[in-house]
Design a protein around this ligand. Structure first.
Ligand SMILES: Cc1cc2nc3c(=O)[nH]c(=O)nc-3n(C[C@H](O)[C@H](O)[C@H](O)COP(=O)(O)OP(=O)(O)OC[C@H]3O[C@@H](n4cnc5c(N)ncnc54)[C@H](O)[C@@H]3O)c2cc1C
Length: 600
């Protein structure tokens, strides 16, 4: 009898069966031998109660030796037909641990795992109440203590934070805080979101007038309620604001707007936070068990200290305070910086007939928005991807399945192709004196974003103005001195100025911990974001995951949440599950808690 060659799915099933069998033995760590010597296991909470990438068999072996018996991973299944391309088998999988259900993705080469992604999706005993478990809404029958939905909701709003303490307080009600609170709501974790602005969505409304999302709609959905099919590809910022306001109401969030958090400290004796807030002018003290800072990566402005700033007779402000171009018709405007905000602001000033000069201090990565869509995002996040059956969840998991160590290798060809395709565009920019880069290693936009959260512009038109000289450019210099009516650059050039905009970026999120909690706690948790790639603004050593984001920190019960819409959507699930598990008293031993290498 001739045996048919194994299908990709059968090959994966064989691997999973053998892997699973080894995991159930007395030496589960030997399952590491199912990986290539340098293979990767990226785990989002399911095995490690952490966000962790294990690199190479030794690290995988150590993790399994510590965690496998407690986590009891089992029931590994292929969830849809596996594929094979260029010698790499790729498969979507499901699995279980003692307390949770998981999903994952596996890549096999020559019978060994090259990459394995495991993610926790749902706690076994605490599923979200949706689909078959959705609430009934109406109470059929007769009851003398009947409360309508509205009465119950109003009572909750009156009580929470006063008669009853929330389990979790989220400081910051931008899209990050809102999305996380929605997930916590679905998991029945009593939560209050503290937001100093009057309305949900104001953090977008308050940004400069011309801003539209730089990322396309398919990348930007919030959890649970995707944007409708008619939603614009690049949503204007005020429309995002309105969506968030609607979302906050529909998802029934306990959202305290016009409320400022003035301070917080961890009460070691009672193992809870004391969070001081001022709500509509009234002081309130909250005592949650968990505190999340969702205060934004773009929150603490970096403003350089330039001699003569005090003497300037014109107007000067950080990009986050820029009102828009209207007021500056005919004015001499200097924009310090050359990343996204700088370009958007320069273009809006130009559209309003201002005389605009961009000061470029160091090189910038530019990628045309259309090119980015075509070459980088379109496969996962586009109408075509939707038609190909790639759901948002699948796209997010695919994105997450690539360990950061090897991600640059996947991105480099994209940016090589972009340089080829848009060679004329790049040449014209260079000719105008613009200093370009594609990341320290040519890996482009997303790696820059992950490593340093800055250093790029997704071109939606301003680059053409720079190339044509409509936006004037002084590059390779900075402002050395500010005079009452001009700026002097480091090469001695003096430029007249009525307005100076500092498009100089934002500080690390642990600056929020310093402001709200203490410098000691900020230092204890260390720098947020970046992964130790030893590239510009992301100093080594290699850490392999974003510092402090969505995972346990060195400060007990303190968490950081944020990132772009895609990251907030995806990683809020894992943060919410970590918080829920703690609330329910599950064992949550953290494997490989990050050590602190940098303070900010
Ligand atoms: C110009 C610009 C363009 C961007 N474009 C995109 C894009 O196209 N796509 C994308 O995904 N991301 C984009 N981003 C990144 C953007 O910052 C985030 O996506 C988003 O705003 C982050 O949401 P967040 O909730 O983490 O932070 P934020 O929106 O910054 O919200 C933080 C909130 O915390 C509140 N807060 C801070 N301190 C306190 C306190 N003590 N008490 C009470 N409230 C407090 C603030 O008022 C604020 O509302 C852009 C950022 C900028 C600056």
């Amino acid at each position: 009898m001739t045996q048919h060659p194994l299908t990709p799915t059968e090959k994966v099933e064989q691997w999973l069966a053998s892997f699973s069998e080894t995991l159930q033995t007395d030496s589960p760590e030997q399952a590491a031998d199912h990986f290539e010597e340098g293979g990767f296991w990226r785990d989002l909470v399911s095995m490690t109660w952490n966000i962790k990438t294990l690199e190479g068999r030794d690290e995988i072996r150590s993790m399994l030796a510590t965690m496998a018996k407690a986590r009891q991973p089992h029931n590994w299944q292929v969830s849809e037909e596996a594929t094979e391309q260029n010698g790499v088998l790729e498969a979507w999988i499901t699995f279980e641990t003692d307390d949770a259900f998981g999903k994952g993705q596996l890549r096999l080469r020559d019978g060994k795992a090259w990459t394995l992604l495991t993610t926790m999706q749902e706690l076994r005993d605490f599923p979200e109440k949706r689909k078959h478990l959705r609430p009934k809404g109406a109470q059929h029958g007769a009851s003398k203590s009947r409360k309508t939905w509205l009465e119950a909701r109003q009572e909750e709003e009156r009580e929470l934070g006063y008669g009853k303490q929330p389990y979790c307080v989220v400081i910051g009600g931008g899209q990050g805080g809102i999305g996380l609170a929605a997930r916590l709501r679905q998991l029945d974790v009593p939560t209050i979101v503290i937001e100093r602005n009057p309305r949900p969505g104001d953090s977008w409304r308050n940004r400069y007038k011309s801003l539209c999302l730089h990322d396309p709609v398919w990348y930007d959905h919030m959890p649970y309620i995707p944007f409708p099919e008619h939603w614009p590809v690049f949503c204007p910022k005020d429309k995002v604001g309105d969506w968030l306001e609607m979302y906050t109401k529909i998802m029934e969030l306990n959202y305290w707007s016009s409320t400022e958090c003035t301070g917080a400290r961890f009460d070691e004796d009672r193992q809870e936070w004391i969070v001081n807030v001022v709500r509509d002018g009234e002081k309130v003290t909250l005592r949650p068990k968990q505190l999340v800072l969702a205060t934004g990566m773009s929150g603490i402005p970096n403003i350089p200290n330039i001699p003569g700033m005090d003497s300037f007779e014109g107007e000067q402000h950080h990009s986050s305070k820029h009102p828009g171009g209207e007021a500056y018709k005919g004015k001499k405007c200097i924009v310090l910086g050359s990343n996204n905000s700088a370009h958007d602001i320069c273009a809006a000033l130009w559209e309003n007939d201002a005389d605009v000069t961009m000061i470029q201090r160091s090189s910038t990565h530019i990628i045309k928005s259309d090119t980015l869509m075509d070459l980088a995002l379109g496969g996962l996040y586009s109408e075509q991807a939707v038609e190909n059956g790639i759901t948002t969840e699948k796209a997010d998991l695919t994105f997450a399945s690539l360990p950061y160590r090897i991600m640059p290798e996947f991105h480099k060809p994209v940016y090589e192709q972009a340089q080829e395709q848009d060679a004329d565009f790049y040449n014209r920019l260079r000719k105008a004196g613009f200093m370009l880069d594609f990341g320290d290693d040519g890996s482009g936009l997303f790696m820059k974003y992950l490593r340093r959260g800055s250093g790029y512009y997704i071109d939606v038109g301003a680059s053409e103005l720079v190339a044509q000289g409509e936006i004037k450019l002084n590059s390779g210099v900075t402002i050395e001195r500010i005079n009452p009516r001009s700026v002097t650059l480091t090469d001695g050039t003096e430029l007249p100025a009525d307005l100076i905009v500092y498009a100089t970026g934002f500080g690390s999120m642990n600056g929020w911990a310093a402001r709200i909690i203490s410098q000691e706690v900020a230092d204890k948790v260390g720098k947020c974001w970046g992964m130790g790639s030893d590239t510009t603004k992301d100093p080594g050593p290699w850490e392999g995951e974003l510092r402090n984001m969505w995972k346990p920190t060195q400060q007990q019960a303190l968490w950081f949440h944020g990132g772009n819409l895609h990251q907030s959507r995806h990683y809020s699930l894992y943060l919410a599950l970590q918080l829920k598990a703690r609330m329910e008293g599950l064992e949550t031993p953290v494997y490989g808690l990050q050590t602190v290498h940098h303070l900010s």
